[in-house]
Design a protein around this ligand. Structure first.
Ligand code: IPM
Ligand code: MG
Length: 351
């Protein structure tokens, strides 16, 4: 099959981890007889350097016309002085909105070989951790009305949700729960926020179509606590945009596998955007020591979204094999030490 993939390498370690991933995708193409065409575009800090803006219109058009978008990471201290409206992060928020990517799926799982890297006690981890954070991605306080008042001393952002925005993300969460452990925990702050009361009302409404799925509601402060106290209680964690941003970082960190976790953003556009959960790690950029596995697994999620399921499983298996063989980038602890490019080659070899 012919597939057109836009690669947004981005900043920091982005170019290294995406190029290692392209090596593995090429191995998939060769093995399964596909033709993947890569279209490299700019977004984030690199786009500011080249075009003066974090999200050039030609990047948006290329993504809209593609079958999938592979993203490394964006941002870094180099662009800290940019005005708020022109920061690298604006590129990421802009592409999410432009592609209508309202559903962000962030799995947090523990790889048993790497359980030592978790900051939680073995007794807490004993029951396993397999949480899927389903984060609403193009609504809420990230996109609500905002303003800096003329006095320069006051500013506001607005948490705002419509019934429809809640309904479509709730459906994604319940559909996913049906393929997993049939449990949804919906996160809100309904004891304080009106938008959360609406969120809860619509989530309950949607749940009626999924009688097999157990639904719980949890205030976000309690959810943050429960995640470190007993992460095994969670299956699908359904969150508004900002709560999901915060809790997904927490969830990924407790697995100790931050260099291994991919995420996907799906919505109204056929393409979808696939990226590692971690950031651009400017402190280790250009040293060939970053871990490409999260991005490689994001590539597998992209293959799934292209209906290339056997191919996606082949990538996952190759990653498991390489981990089992003991190959480790520095973040993964003791083992046969390899760099970013070498890790990509090893995974490709095992496909
Ligand atoms: C994330 C990031 C982004 C977000 C930033 C970089 C805008 O933290 O993808 O979680 O807040 O959504
Ligand atoms: Mg975040």
């Amino acid at each position: 099959m012919d597939k057109k993939i836009v690669v947004l390498a981005g900043d920091g370690i982005g170019p290294e981890i995406t190029s290692a991933t392209v090596v593995t995708l090429n191995a998939v193409a060769q093995k399964f007889g596909h033709n993947f065409e890569y279209d490299y575009r700019y977004m984030g800090g690199s786009a500011i350097d080249k075009f003066g803006v974090p999200l050039p219109e030609e990047t948006v058009q290329a993504c809209l016309a593609s079958d999938g978008v592979l993203l490394g990471a964006v941002g870094g201290p180099k662009w800290d002085a940019q005005p708020a409206e022109n920061r690298p992060e604006k590129g990421l928020l802009g592409i999410r909105a432009a592609l209508g990517l309202y559903a962000n799926l962030r799995p947090a799982v523990i790889y048993s070989e790497l359980a030592d890297a978790s900051p939680l006690k073995p007794s807490v981890l004993a029951k396993g951790v397999n949480v899927m954070v389903v984060r609403e991605l193009i609504g809420g306080i990230y996109f609500g009305p905002r303003k800096e008042l003329d006095d320069g001393k006051t500013a506001y952002d607005t948490e705002i949700y419509s019934e429809e925005e809640v309904r479509r993300i709730a459906k994604v969460a319940f559909d996913l729960a049906m393929t997993r452990n049939k449990k949804v925990t919906s996160v809100d702050k309904a004891n304080v926020l009106l938008s959360s009361r609406l969120w809860r009302r619509i989530v309950i409404e949607v749940s009626k179509d999924y009688p097999e799925v157990e639904l719980n509601h949890m205030y976000v402060d309690n959810a943050a606590m429960q995640l470190v106290k007993d992460p095994s209680q969670f299956d699908v964690l359904l969150c508004p945009n900002m709560f999901g941003d915060i809790l997904s970082d927490e969830a990924s960190q407790i697995t100790g596998s931050i260099g291994l976790l991919p995420s996907s953003s799906l919505g109204t556009c056929k393409a979808g955007l696939f990226e590692p959960i971690h950031g651009s790690a400017p402190d280790i950029a250009g040293q060939d020591i970053a871990n490409p596995i999260a991005t490689v697994l994001a590539g597998a999620m992209m293959l799934d979204n292209m209906d290339l399921h056997e191919e996606a499983r082949a990538v996952e298996k190759a990653v498991e094999k390489v981990i089992a063989l003991g190959y480790r980038t520095p973040d993964m602890g003791e083992g046969k030490r390899v760099g970013c490019a070498e890790m990509g080659r090893l995974i490709a070899e095992n496909i």
